[in-house]
Design a protein around this ligand. Sequence first.
Ligand SMILES: Cc1ncc(COP(=O)(O)O)c(C=O)c1O
Length: 388
Amino acid sequence: MKKGYYGEYGGSFVSCQMQEELDKIEREYNRLKKDKQFKEQLAKLQKHFLGRPTPLYFCEKLSKLNGGAKIYLKREDLNHTGAHKINHCIGEALLAKHLGKSKIIAETGAGQHGLAIATVCALMDLQCEIHMGYVDVQKQKANVDKMKLLGAKIVSVGGGGTLKDAVDSALSAYQKDFKEAIYCIGSVVGPHPYPSMVRDFQSVVGKESKRQIKKMEGKLPDYVVACVGGGSNAIGIFSAYLKDTVVNLIGVEAMGKGKNIGDNSATIQFGETDVYQGFKTKVLKDAQNNVAEAYSIASGLDYPAVGPEHAHLSDVKRAQYVSIDDKEALDAFYKLTKVEGIIPALESSHAVAYGLKLAKTLPQDQIVLVNLSGRGDKDVDFVLQQNH
Ligand SMILES: Cc1ncc(COP(=O)(O)O)c(C=O)c1O
């Protein structure tokens, strides 16, 4: 496969000046990933700062109540800062230090990537600038307050006020600040080498879950289910099973309020191939062929594009992409909370909802492994305001 590409997707479509920076990042990352000291430093932080390995939890009550297959959760919600995002933030921050940068610029939707970046910046004495759509700033106030406490500067962004606008704003700030800053993207998106670098840092999720399920069940899961915004938690868990073709991989996109463009974030289902934000992928388009506003009840899923590897895995049919709407996600949020005592993030609730639907149709000896990408503390106020 061509460097930086997954099938026809990926690559790098940026200015010459930015390409020079990305080449530097790629060279340093390729050196570090083979470096014994770097690997030890990362492993130590994963264990003692992040709290890895995260548990694999058998939802005995929920499985029984639901009927059908056994439901397991990979508990990424138990990471420090409450989501899988810190898995790649810790790696990106270490890389920033090795490149001699003094500042990290990042975007955030649900605030989980921003919070994780602000946290590692505090740990590593880096300045931190987080770009966030104004709608998300209001909706995810708990995370905004934490980021501020950690010393981050928050840039509230206009336009549609969501993740797409935050990425545009962060990228443009980065272009003016190459000397001091590095851009730390929040998912497996953006120009090469970000999709492969973020995937590598997230692959710890899949590797751990594979060891854990073999120990607990003596076999691999029959299905692995994860929500897909940009696609980092999904690639993180899928990556360990790509060659195990007996394992069915299922990415869950947000169907939001319905099938009309503007009402959902189901990029793989409704998107067209195009270059967007520096890489080639599937993109949601409106009737005028402009990039559409994406929508989901979960701020971390409302992105109008998707990681290039997901677009490719869909094309070659190694993974299947389905969707869950707002109401189904809210139902799953309440169900997991009430039955198992685990409050999931609204993003992760999409994966839980599909996992439940699927498990019901399967025999009891089958295993559905759901990646619980984050915890729902950030969503509690918002959920309580909804009519449910
Ligand atoms: C808890 C949680 N899960 C999932 C996502 C979606 O991102 P990705 O598709 O990159 O995993 C987000 C994004 O903010 C998130 O906060």
